[in-house]
Design a binder for this molecule. Structure first.
Ligand SMILES: C[S@@+](CC[C@H](N)C(=O)[O-])C[C@H]1O[C@@H](n2cnc3c(N)ncnc32)[C@H](O)[C@@H]1O
Length: 269
């Protein structure tokens, strides 16, 4: 029977897992993640009634491999998010959107469970001078996107909202749905969800955006993927549009047609 403690994940086993994650998403698992990876995968080994990581690698190489890889990525690729994370970005966007003379198209390019995309939608609804704004929300994981698209969250998440926005932009559950909020349909009809793996060729139909948010992914990407991704992403940002990354990330040293406006906010040249 599988035990309580994770079996040993050898250096070679960790390298094997790391390579699979990197090839599928571009995300690099640093050396110091080995123990954490073993602990996270231990739940999966138990569910599959396996006792050794070697057996798990064999599953990944077998007929069930593609489906199992999805489980693996869900366990190992960071997906934390919350509403109005790094709220200064949204304040900056609110001012900027109010200056535009066309309905903005905005892209939350690694949207996780949707909090970033819905925050964008609320800001667009509040600040855009014209109706008809659109938000594209994408992530590589369709299961995560399906959850994001429901627009349903624990009401505790509303603690991050600007005052009054819960009532203005959400419905609060009652009875069976008490304790949950749902994003209002006026916002839901303007946000489109699409599975896009940013390290693959981007869909030709994407078109051009006024602002792209690519936050809390770059820091985890292996350098070659980071260097290749940004120029391709910028093909979808109009001149004068904004690229916003996380405060904890850097694009220093990459030769990109961007001008810094504020820390972590760049204008496309
Ligand atoms: C830490 S979350 C950040 C979510 C949000 N941008 C934020 O800042 O709150 C990183 C997201 O990047 C997504 N991701 C990782 N690799 C990706 C790839 N190659 N293509 C698209 N999304 C990816 C993950 O699924 C995860 O949802």
């Amino acid at each position: 029977m599988p035990g309580r403690r994770p079996p040993l994940l050898s250096e070679a086993g960790f390298a094997n897992i790391r390579q699979r994650v990197e090839q599928a998403t571009g995300v690099h698992l640093a050396d110091d993640r080995r123990t954490g990876v073993a602990a996270r995968l231990h739940q999966r080994l138990k569910a599959l009634r396996l006792t050794q990581f070697e057996q798990y690698l064999a599953v990944l190489d077998g007929p069930a491999g593609p489906g199992e890889l999805e489980h693996l990525l869900r366990l190992l690729v960071a997906r934390d998010s919350y509403f109005f994370r790094e709220h200064r970005h949204f304040e900056c966007l609110a001012h900027w959107l109010a200056t535009l003379e066309h309905p903005p198209r905005l892209w939350s390019a690694a949207c996780a469970s949707g909090e970033e995309a819905w925050s964008l939608a609320m800001v667009a609804a509040q600040s855009s001078r014209l109706p008809g704004w659109q938000v594209l929300a994408s992530d590589f994981d369709p299961q995560l996107l399906a959850r994001a698209a429901t627009g349903i969250y624990d009401i505790a998440q509303a603690r991050y909202f600007p005052e009054g926005w819960l009532v203005r932009h959400c419905l609060c559950g009652v009875g069976e749905t008490a304790g949950r909020l749902r994003i209002a349909s006026s916002l839901r009809e303007r946000v489109r969800f699409e599975a896009i793996n940013l390290i693959r060729t981007l869909p030709a139909h994407l078109g051009s955006f006024d602002a792209i948010l690519l936050r809390n992914l770059l820091a985890n990407l292996a350098p070659p993927y980071k260097a290749k991704l940004l120029p391709r992403l910028l093909e979808h940002l109009r001149p004068g549009g904004l690229l916003i990354i996380s405060h904890s990330e850097s694009i220093h040293g990459l030769d990109l047609p961007l001008r810094p406006l504020l820390p972590s906010v760049f204008e496309r040249l």
